[in-house]
Design a protein around this ligand. Structure first.
Ligand code: AMP
Length: 116
């Protein structure tokens, strides 16, 4: 099967500004940032989207959120008078464009609710 875009980034076949890497995931800056800080946290395993994850992915899914929180904390956005948003898009109505599960971490500006 051909590699996903994010597998190619993990394998250094496509360049990205990688800010974190471990056995389970990597995180890098989004190429088209929607906030002053916009990171993607991506499992190495190419789970297509969150609604297709299975019980065997439970640990990886939890890990993605812990890394997202840690990165936001490290970058100074965890104080409640700052804050950040974690987003996972699934499918067309969800706004998904890359079919490899990823967690968006958005920070550095007031984010609207409801989202567009
Ligand atoms: P989604 O629309 O939720 O599937 O998110 C996919 C994200 O991947 C978008 O925010 C894109 O800007 C981002 N993206 C696409 N190609 C790259 C790339 N080569 N490097 C970093 N981010 C990318």
């Amino acid at each position: 099967m051909s590699k996903t875009l994010f597998e190619k980034i993990a394998d250094r076949e496509i360049p990205a500004d990688i800010v974190h890497e471990d056995d389970v995931c990597l995180a890098f800056h989004d190429i088209n940032p929607q906030a002053p800080v916009h990171l993607l946290v991506v499992p190495r395993k190419p789970i297509p989207r969150v609604g297709e994850a299975s019980a065997e992915d439970q640990q990886a899914l939890g890990h993605l959120l812990l890394v997202a929180g840690r990165l936001a904390r490290e970058q100074g956005f965890a104080a409640t008078d700052q804050g950040f948003r974690v987003v996972i898009n699934h499918g067309q109505h969800g706004g998904e464009s890359v079919p490899h599960l990823h967690v968006h971490v958005l920070a550095g500006r007031q984010l609207d609710w409801p989202p567009g």
